[in-house]
Design a binder for this molecule. Structure first.
Ligand SMILES: [Zn+2]
Length: 380
């Protein structure tokens, strides 16, 4: 799930938003303003309905964010750092820096999400009841009651045992505990996710044919998203299985070629791609050797050519904060999620002191390792 834009950092975690959240936001606002609120409590100004509906949509997205942050906090308590999280139309995806260490940790990290949503649902439910007792305006009570219902619904939907939902992770934790094999558990949870996704697709299209309305297409769309996400998770699980026991040091490209920060983009381009700089991403270093960031072909491509003579590599690089890093003795399977993050698919490998650059991992390094492991490992 790619972030379309970012909200910045909350509790140290970078929070991104996928475009599909905007679709949800718009749907919630419109359906509340023009439908539910206006029909249940007519006679108020149009602006009142729209303002209220907009506020509800904001609180709704905030509820999803709280759900995700709960995952992140419990993950951290269980020794798993969170790389970043992305909100999308089914909630959010928190990218963990490593796998949960035990089935129990997986259970706690996944389970707290639906629990948080259920708790929010109960709180909004009480609030709606209390506002009712205070004889608050009808549309306001209705809006808060809607928030209660949607959070309960989120808790229930996310508990369905199908990847990539939280329930899929709970299923994986249970299978892992039962079989002792985290990889097989993940593959089965992913298969359940694909199965459930197809069920939604078929149901969506079937009910569209039966009812003749297009709203059921929404269900099919959610199913499509689930199939794609579950398939990706299954592939990740297989990849992790293949790379089990391999460390970053074994597959990284050691002592990568670096680029000085004050070099102009034009001069840098004169040296690629056939000379000294034959890769598509390079670590950028200060004159004293301090690692500053990563310059990529993509970053250069976004620089207007008229400015390339004057602008420096440091100005077009991704700063170190936005680049994934790893240590040489980490397991490659733990680093895989980081390869997918915003860092242009590169992981910089730092010495244990956390400062000196010792290597770089690119998707090509992973591919090479996977190809050789598959070719040379004895089949059971
Ligand atoms: Zn969740």
């Amino acid at each position: 799930m790619k972030a379309t834009f970012t909200l910045g950092r909350i509790a140290g975690v970078r929070v991104g938003v996928n475009w599909s959240v905007l679709v949800i936001f718009w749907l919630v606002t419109v359906s509340l303003a023009e439908g539910r609120l206006a029909h249940a409590y007519p006679g108020h100004a149009t602006g009142t309905y729209w303002g209220l509906a907009f506020a509800v949509a904001v609180v709704f997205v905030a509820s999803i964010l709280v759900h995700e942050l709960a995952h992140a906090i419990v993950a951290r308590r269980n020794g798993v750092e969170v790389e970043d999280m992305t909100l999308w139309m089914l909630g959010g995806v928190a990218r963990l820096k490593s796998e949960a260490p035990t089935p129990g940790a997986e259970l706690r990290i996944a389970g707290v999400g639906p629990l948080t949503s259920a708790l929010l649902g109960v709180v909004f439910g009480f609030l709606a009841g209390w506002l009712g007792v205070l004889s608050a305006p009808g549309p306001v009570v209705e809006a808060v009651a809607w928030l209660a219902a949607i959070n309960i619904l989120l808790a229930l939907f996310n508990s369905i045992p199908a990847a990539p939902l939280d329930g899929g992770r709970l299923l994986r934790a249970a299978l892992w505990k039962f079989t002792g094999d985290p990889m097989r558990a993940a593959v089965i949870a992913a298969a359940a996710g694909r199965g459930f996704g197809w069920l939604l697709v078929v149901y969506g299209f079937a009910s569209m044919l039966v009812t003749g309305t297009f709203s059921a297409l929404w269900t099919a769309l959610v199913g499509g998203f689930m199939i794609a996400a579950a398939t990706a998770e299954g592939q990740q699980a297989r990849l992790r299985g293949t790379l089990a026991g391999i460390t970053v040091r074994q597959i990284m490209t050691p002592d990568p070629v670096t680029v000085p920060a004050d070099m102009s983009v034009e001069r840098f381009l004169a040296t690629v791609p056939f000379g000294h700089h034959r890769h598509t991403a390079f670590p950028v270093v200060a004159p004293d050797g301090t690692l500053l960031g990563l310059v990529t072909a993509g970053g250069i491509d976004r620089t207007p050519w008229q400015r390339r003579a004057t602008i420096t590599v440091a100005e077009v690089m991704a700063p170190l904060d936005d680049v994934a890093t790893a240590f040489p003795d980490e397991a490659v399977s733990d680093v895989l999620p980081r390869l997918e993050s915003v860092s242009e698919n590169r992981v910089l490998v730092l010495a244990p002191d956390g400062r000196d650059l010792v290597g770089i991992v690119s998707p090509a390094d992973i591919d090479r390792a996977v190809t050789w492991l598959a070719a040379t490992r004895r089949k059971p």
